[in-house]
Design a binder for this molecule. Structure first.
Ligand SMILES: CC[C@@H](C(=O)O)C(=O)SCCNC(=O)CCNC(=O)[C@H](O)C(C)(C)COP(=O)(O)OP(=O)(O)OC[C@H]1O[C@@H](n2cnc3c(N)ncnc32)[C@H](O)[C@@H]1OP(=O)(O)O
Ligand SMILES: [Co+2]
Length: 134
């Protein structure tokens, strides 16, 4: 795995939180994108080499809706950049980690993604991200 690609933060009110993070980071949101398959709206910020992904739920059965209900707002996942997501998924599977999708799926910001179950990673939901070449 390479560097942290982004940190995902679950929020209830995207408009309020975008303005909050703009003031906090002194940076403007550079991209907003809905990912229908995940039931989320996303907003991205860059600060130095780091990237923050704010997430709100668009459906009641979205993972973000469930998370907000159970745990409230806060850090939802840590995403790592990988060069070859299929190879990394195979490596993690062989190491005994539980993958939440068998095939890479399309995420936000031009990425292929896969999630690793938080039960096997000390309670942290991990996302693998491979940049899609255009
Ligand atoms: C926009 C696309 C993408 C990107 O490009 O960056 C995204 O980031 S999308 C982000 C949203 N998508 C996902 O989170 C997909 C992967 N998540 C899942 O498949 C599920 O959320 C889950 C992790 C399997 C949990 O689902 P489920 O088992 O149905 O929910 P429960 O509420 O019953 O939780 C079971 C258990 O897991 C704990 N949990 C849930 N979410 C998290 C989390 N984010 N971090 C840590 N722990 C989490 C939850 O608390 C429960 O624990 P116990 O109560 O102790 O059993
Ligand atoms: Co993410």
């Amino acid at each position: 795995m390479n560097k942290i690609e982004h940190i995902g933060i679950a929020v209830k009110d995207m408009e309020f939180s975008c303005s909050l993070y703009e003031r906090l980071l002194g940076a403007t949101c550079y991209k907003k994108e809905e990912v229908v398959s995940e039931g989320v709206n996303t907003a991205f910020f860059k600060t130095g080499v780091n990237k923050i992904e704010l997430l709100t739920a668009t459906t009641t059965d979205s993972p973000i809706a469930k998370f907000l209900e159970k745990k409230g707002e806060g850090i939802h996942h840590i995403a790592f950049d990988v060069d070859d997501i299929v190879a990394e998924m195979a490596r993690l599977k062989a190491e005994g980690f539980v993958l939440l999708n068998e095939e890479p799926k399309f995420g936000a910001d031009n990425k292929l993604v896969c999630f690793v179950h938080p039960k096997g990673t000390n309670g942290v939901l991990v996302e693998l991200c491979q940049e899609l070449k255009s």
